[in-house]
Design a protein around this ligand. Sequence first.
Ligand code: CA
Ligand code: CA
Length: 393
Amino acid sequence: MKALLFISLYGLSAFWVSGDLNYDAAQRAELKAAYKLTLAFPELNFDMPVELTSANDDKDLIYLVEQKGRIMVYPNRRDVGEATVFLDIVRKVDSGGEKGLLGLAFHPDYKRNGYFYLNYTRSSPLQTIISRFKVSDNEPLRADPKSEEILLTYAQPYSNHNGGKIAFGKDGYLYISAGDGGSGGDPRNNGQDRKEFLGKILRIDVNKPLGNKKYSIPPDNPFRGNKAGYREEIYAYGLRNVWRFNFDYETEQLWAGDVGQNELEEIDIIEKGGNYGWRIMEAEDCFRMESCNQDGLILPLWSYRQGSATGKSVTGGYVCRDRSLPGLYGKYVYGDYVSGNIWALTYSGKRAVKNELIARLSDGLSSFGEDSRKNLYVLAYSSGKVYRLEPND
Ligand SMILES: [Ca+2]
Ligand SMILES: [Ca+2]
């Protein structure tokens, strides 16, 4: 018998999983997890949290993004009793399924300029908006809702696969994940079409507006100045739906989880100008046998086959730099939205050495987060809770 288990945030709107719930419960009980998940802020509850970050200033505050279009802020203390609204753009945002306010990044010089950047979807027509907002002049815990400057928009042909992550690199440039636009199987071949923003990681310089644009193209972007009509904003391509990527600030490597179609979930280290294969390939498998030319494609650092024990939608995480977790330090901690599995991947150079299942979250692993001290957090989408990992001894 099949049971409808989940309405997927990242896959198609719903899917069926073989096996019954009892089997799944038994599997969960069997796991002698090396780590347990403990509530990071027991008094706080959020509405569909999708991102947790800090502002690169000397205030130890946490900013938490709710998918419908709110950013909450609170002091980084376990006993904190209340979070307040930093920004509310619920009325601007088209949310639900994979749409919504999906990403937040503070300017590296936020302390001085008060700028932060959002990645969200808007309707009529459905599109992704990359915009800048500013904190209020006289209220440091409140953004100015009227301060929006739109930097970049691109149409979303389908409601799913909107990417969502946005982050600054150490190079000071803003990196943006644009999913392949949606449906299934990338019907328009956006991943391989360098004339499109979709199916890419983009990189722009927000500090140097140029001409009629509120940003410029970094001098070493791979397709800058090309004559083929390729988008100069492209940093890497051939990506299906990188829901979450993050930088390891110690190595400056960009780690991404690229959500798969029906077979494989993958982890990539993203390199400038790299072609990560979609829709020619789904991770290491040929997706289209009739045209599976693998020349020049970068295969994943790691992948796992979809299944009830593994999962169906990778949630990219962080190379752990959390000093309270010495056993995980330097490993790539990531998970799966559907199964709730959390793994730690040990790697050497660009080769995976070991992949350990370390914990399991039962209520929708939407994202990992990091505070200003690089402490690692786990966000539970359906319960609205924020967790930390703790050794289970
Ligand atoms: Ca879409
Ligand atoms: Ca790939």
